[in-house]
Ligand binder design. Structure first.
Ligand code: BTN
Length: 253
């Protein structure tokens, strides 16, 4: 990986031609005791998974489909913060390498002009209320062409090539993501969530907007006011009530 400046992230590399999902491959390595920073990259996924049981379209060589193994010494309740941290790292890497103006939709979708360019799936395995390990799954639509996108995705998804007009190097981007992630992760270990929260807020496309949030308990509408110190989204509804959302699917109005 050209340009990799990390100590551990991406240093144990497993490159696969095709796999069902890098999440599963990384989970097997984690269970075998693989070290933190182990990275699984696939050229193609046949069963790429998104959040909420959705499928993740992962065509051969067109994107970055990868999963990073993390072993943070934290209680399980801190897992959502890692989700936000990962989004910040990927967003910064995309901006640095490609100049594409990506922003974060809470908690961790990356959008360009309202269309999704990257999805993040963090799966945590706990032991006695503590995180045993986390698999940070990152999917970036890099060189997918408009004609290649399934039609049902045309209005909701885009790629770095479509947005920048140029083919982008996946290796350069992967290195940049690893560099940013390791830096932010070290910052998080040293100083906690506060600095990450501020970086997240600065890249957010959700704050200050009217949003509809779908949760298992129903729909809530309001204005996204802030991120609280745990990483939850704070909404102000039309009757002036403050509602804290810990998980759900956000739609921007
Ligand atoms: C989402 O936005 O719903 C999350 C998408 C996450 C996709 C990545 S691609 C690499 C890793 N392997 C998977 O099967 N999913 C994640």
């Amino acid at each position: 990986l050209e340009g990799l400046q990390t100590k551990s992230f991406g240093r144990h590399l497993n490159l696969m031609e095709v796999t069902s999902s890098t999440q599963e491959a990384a989970r097997l390595l984690a269970e075998e005791g693989a070290p933190e920073g182990t990275l699984v990259i696939a050229e193609e996924q046949t069963g790429g998974r998104g959040r909420q049981g959705k499928r993740w379209y992962s065509p051969a060589r067109k994107g970055i489909w990868m999963s990073l193994l993390l072993r943070p010494q934290r209680p399980l309740s801190f897992a959502p913060q890692l989700t936000l941290l990962t989004a910040v790292a990927v967003c910064r890497a995309i901006r640095k390498v490609t100049g594409v103006d990506a922003g974060i939709k809470w908690p961790n979708d990356l959008l360009v002009q309202g269309k999704k360019i990257c999805g993040i799936l963090i799966e945590s395995v706990g032991e006695d209320e503590r995180i045993k390990y986390c698999i940070a799954g990152i999917g970036i639509d890099v060189n997918v062409e408009l004609e290649e996108l399934p039609t049902e995705l045309h209005t909701v998804a885009t790629s770095l090539k479509i947005e920048s007009g140029q083919t982008q190097s996946r290796a350069t981007l992967i290195s940049a993501v690893m560099n940013e992630l390791e830096q932010l992760y070290n910052l998080y270990e040293e100083e906690g969530f506060a600095p990450i929260r501020h970086l997240w807020e600065a890249l957010s496309v959700t704050l200050g907007k009217r949003v509809t949030v779908k949760t298992p308990r129903g729909e809530t509408e309001g204005t996204a006011e802030a991120l609280d110190e745990t990483g939850a989204l704070v909404l102000l509804d039309d009757t002036g009530n403050i509602i804290t959302i810990f998980s759900g699917d956000v739609q921007l109005a």
